[in-house]
Design a protein around this ligand. Structure first.
Ligand code: HAM
Length: 433
């Protein structure tokens, strides 16, 4: 046998046994986003490397260490998207969609980061990304967060905690950065290698270190929230009041800084105690400066992205696994005449009853083998197309999960016969919509 080709580390197959839960997650999300007035957008998986460098920031882990960057055949530097915000903003600019317009958009797709894979952390992972472009006020921040809370409820996920913070404006952050640098330099000997590196590039990211030895230094650091400008403070207080008004509990985490450079003012993360170190299932924030930074007209915006693998795992853990859909009717075929006519008959039924799932036995097999497959398929009803029956103008029907016996139905009334038989076995129509 030829040597097998291995999958890429950290890049997962989503198998048919899991796809029902993924589709359930996607359907709930799509429906809720539609109800809040968000429209779907699809942007390329590959963009010019420069886009991510400029949007996410050269000193971030994502740009510095994690991007899948390559030269294409024309020698251009391209990158597999590590996140969707930069691409969506690029799309708004390149399609001339800004011009003072507001946009509420969402996008589903795979993202790529060369991180160390572990449970909940992958190199290809899926995000649902949500962006509200054109609104400066805290109302949109609060509504986005409320949307998340409502989605967890619909998915049956409990126990998520919301952490929020404000990063202020670039100016207030500059003043804070100077204070923080002073503090961190005074404690330079206690910083780990990663934090030393961050100190030079983006000292705020030191606050994000998960290194246990760093926690005491971080606890003693000056707080960004104490250096907010007046407007950012008012924005943050209004957001908190709105969250309280709609009953969304939150915790202010003054050390929440996020790993991407484009944020200002509101940042937030929904975290779960149940997935270990990879505990953020949904995170985002405001990025009022990004659009101008990427060459568009200055437009305020805010958004978040959900990690689909992490949320699907929580749906499963909450007992919400959705099995793959099963057929309603398994069609057993016996005899040369029947084999010649079965496809035509089943195709006609599929036209007449588009909502019923018919699974036609393919590839032959004796009666016993076909019934074994019928049983395994989970279908509640079998149709038996045999030469004898065809000669008499009928098809046999047999419930597979009930004791009631076999019956016959004239071919000319087969669709109605299937309806009636399914109604008997389901106590209603077909199971699948
Ligand atoms: P992010 O925090 O980098 O933000 O990622 C958002 C979410 O994606 C995380 O909360 C997590 O659930 C999931 N995620 C991130 N990395 C991985 C990974 N390696 N494996 C599995 N899941 C992962 C962003 O990407 C921003 N673009 C969010 C945003 C949108 N901000 C404003 N608009």
């Amino acid at each position: 046998m030829a040597e097998q080709i291995q999958p890429i580390r950290g890049m997962n197959d989503v198998l048919p046994s899991e796809i029902g839960t993924w589709q359930h997650f996607e359907a709930c999300t799509r429906e809720l986003l539609g109800a809040y007035g968000y429209e779907e957008i699809r942007v390329p998986v590959v963009e010019h490397t420069e886009l991510f460098k400029r949007a996410i920031g050269e000193h971030t882990d994502v740009v510095g260490k994690e991007m899948y960057t390559f030269a294409d055949r024309g020698g251009e530097s391209l990158t597999l998207r590590p996140e969707a915000t930069a691409g969506i903003v690029r799309a708004l600019i390149s399609n001339g969609l800004l011009r003072g317009q507001r946009h509420k958009l969402w996008c589903l797709g795979p993202m790529f980061r060369h991180e160390a894979p572990q449970a909940g952390r992958y190199r290809q992972f899926w995000q649902v990304d949500v962006e509200a472009v054109g609104c400066p006020g805290p109302d949109v921040d609060a509504e986005l967060i409320a949307l998340g809370a409502r989605l967890w409820g619909r998915l049956g996920i409990t126990g998520l905690k919301l952490q929020i913070n404000s990063l202020g404006t670039p100016d207030s952050r500059r003043a804070y950065r100077a204070r923080l640098l002073e503090y961190l330099r005074a404690h330079a000997a206690r910083l780990d290698a990663d934090s030393q590196r961050r100190l030079a590039g983006n000292p705020l990211r030191v606050l994000d270190s998960k290194h246990p030895d760093m926690q005491e230094v971080i606890r003693g650091a000056p707080l960004l929230t104490e250096h907010l400008d007046t407007e950012s403070r008012a924005h943050f207080e209004a957001l908190c009041a709105m969250l309280r008004a709609v009953g969304v509990s939150y915790e202010i985490n003054p050390r929440l800084v996020r790993g991407l450079d484009y944020y200002n003012r509101t940042v937030f993360e929904w975290i779960t105690p149940s997935t270990g170190a990879q505990n953020a299932v949904c995170s985002g924030g405001r990025y009022d400066g990004l659009i101008a930074q990427l060459g568009g007209e200055a437009t305020p915006a805010i958004g978040f992205a959900m990690g689909v693998e992490r949320l699907v795992a929580l749906v499963q853990a909450a007992g919400g696994t959705v099995p793959a859909p099963r057929p309603d009717v398994y069609v057993v075929v016996s005899g040369p005449q029947a084999e010649a006519q079965a496809l035509e008959l089943v195709e006609r039924l599929r036209s007449e009853r588009p909502r019923v799932r018919f699974e036609l036995n393919l590839g032959g097999g004796n009666f016993k083998a076909q019934f074994r497959r019928a049983d395994k398929s989970g279908a509640p009803l079998a149709l038996i197309i045999g030469d004898d029956e065809l000669a008499r103008g009928v098809v046999a029907m047999k419930p597979l999960r009930a004791e009631s016996g076999q019956s016959e139905c004239p071919i000319v009334r087969l669709a109605a016969g299937v309806d009636a038989a399914l109604a008997r076995v389901h106590g209603g129509g077909p199971a699948a919509p």
